[in-house]
Design a protein. Structure first.
Length: 207
């Protein structure tokens, strides 16, 4: 089985450097161009299923990937972004002012169990993702399906940790930029990353 892990395109919060969790905002015009570039990149690639976070920015990106294919887009709650609680919409400067103790602990080794102020922890996200990971592991020996999963920064990083059995505190070791494409292969109980944070399709969009 091949998994394409896709992070959604740009939103206004991403553009302005604001924290973004469950706020259900749309792509910017730049984000729509990024999603279209992803769609063009994958237009001739076999994709059997598209699973997406139910949040609008992910669904817009998923639709661009689907393109002209006659394929259903399947919203999955497991792929929703981490609930960042009271930090949603804040700039880093605002977070430093309001939550200095949280940010100090967030940078430490106990970050996986630490709840965002009024929100979720990385461990909560992992627990939410585990049924989906188990589903994929069951499906992987049964065929050579190719599945695109469209999601978000924290959720995709936790998913990478879970697939590769990396401790959650190491989640920062994965860089997954907006509209990036990562390719993971599940075969005979083994997981390998073929590409991580591939952004080649975005080169023409950048100054």
């Amino acid at each position: 089985m091949i998994l394409y892990l896709v992070r959604h395109g740009e939103t206004a919060y991403n553009r302005d450097g604001r924290g973004l969790g469950r706020s259900d905002i749309s792509l910017t015009e730049a984000g729509e161009r990024q999603a279209a570039a992803l769609g063009s990149r994958l237009a001739t690639t076999r994709i059997d299923r598209i699973l997406t976070s139910p949040l609008l920015r992910a669904r817009q990106t998923a639709r661009a990937i689907a393109g002209e294919r006659q394929i259903a887009i399947e919203p999955r709650e497991e792929l929703t972004e981490m609930d960042v609680g009271e930090t949603d919409g804040l700039t880093m400067a605002e977070m430093r002012s309001r939550y200095p103790d949280f940010l100090r602990r967030w940078a430490g080794e106990d970050c996986a169990a630490l709840h965002m102020p009024g929100g979720e922890s990385l461990e909560d996200v992992r627990a939410r993702l585990r049924p989906l990971v188990e589903e994929l592991q069951v499906l992987s020996p049964a065929g050579d399906d190719t599945i695109a999963l469209v999601s978000h920064n924290f959720t995709l990083k936790v998913l990478c940790c879970e697939l590769l059995r990396v401790e959650l505190a190491k989640f920062r070791g994965f860089t997954l930029d907006l509209a990036s494409l990562s390719t993971v292969v599940l075969r005979e109980g083994r997981v390998s990353i073929r590409a991580l944070n591939d952004r080649c399709h975005l080169e023409e969009l950048e100054p």
